[in-house]
Design a protein around this ligand. Structure first.
Ligand SMILES: Nc1ncnc2c1ncn2[C@@H]1O[C@H](COP(=O)(O)OP(=O)(O)O)[C@@H](O)[C@H]1O
Ligand SMILES: [Mg+2]
Length: 232
């Protein structure tokens, strides 16, 4: 076999392995989640220590299911969940989910959202995954002023732009062309799937993702949604 062929064969096997692993992890994860929710029904009886420890279990489980979903979105392409949604509402949902992690690190997430944006026909779950990936990356960028800002606005009435800005460490020149590749990560515990998942989801909706980044100054990621295409 050619070298390339061996490599892509290995990748295919790895893909199958990952898919079955994800499948196996899902059900015990949902058992943990259900039991934590069950415990939460009596949270008025807890002392502060117990509450804190159950809440951190919940956060850990949420983070795990986010990672698992990143892996499974990787393979799936279906438009059956598409519905008209408000980007601003979904942004606020994403901020709420990421808030716990941000707060633990003393980071504030601000939003500047243009009102009355047209609703777009997109899958809520997939887009939430995109927003969360970008928000988590901003949190992990070690932002210096402890602030992340998310903006929505229209551009020439053709596009809705969703923008996220951090004042973190920025992206090295040599990494700029790699960050959207599968498995590229500069983090010790990264999966390198976040941005490639974002890109493949946004491709499905003819939407564009781009960024501007300066070392030790910060990074802005932009998503551009085509209004005409997504309001049909
Ligand atoms: N906001 C950001 N600031 C600095 N670097 C970033 C940012 N977002 C992405 N990156 C770079 O892109 C890489 C790939 O990101 P991603 O695909 O989400 O994988 P992961 O977060 O698991 O590393 C990161 O490891 C990091 O080097
Ligand atoms: Mg990431």
């Amino acid at each position: 076999m050619e070298k390339d062929e061996i490599f892509s064969n290995r990748l295919a096997i790895l893909g199958k392995l990952a898919a079955s692993l994800i499948h196996e992890i899902r059900s015990p994860l949902s058992v943990i989640k259900m039991n934590l929710d069950y415990l939460s029904m009596n949270d008025s009886e807890w002392n502060d220590d117990t509450r804190e420890s159950i809440n951190s279990c919940k956060e850990a489980v949420n983070r795990m299911s986010f990672i698992v979903t990143n892996f499974s979105t990787f393979a799936k392409k279906s438009h059956k969940d598409d519905e008209f949604i408000s980007l601003n509402d979904l942004t606020l949902t994403a901020v709420k989910v990421a808030q716990i992690e941000a707060r633990m690190q003393g980071i504030k997430i601000d939003t500047e959202l243009q009102q009355d944006l047209p609703h777009l026909r997109i899958s809520k779950d997939k887009l939430l995954q995109v927003f969360l990936n970008l928000i988590y990356n901003a949190i992990e960028s070690k932002t210096k002023d402890n602030l992340i800002v998310i903006r929505t606005y229209t551009e020439n009435s053709d596009w809705i732009v969703w923008e996220i800005e951090d004042s973190g460490k920025g992206i090295e020149e040599s990494a700029k062309e790699k960050i959207f590749s599968d498995f590229y990560t500069s983090k010790e515990k990264g999966t390198g799937l976040g941005l490639s998942v974002c890109k493949s989801i946004l491709d499905e909706y003819n939407s564009q993702i781009s960024f501007e980044s300066h070392l030790n100054v910060g990074t802005k990621f932009f998503i551009k949604f085509p209004i005409k295409d997504l309001t049909k």
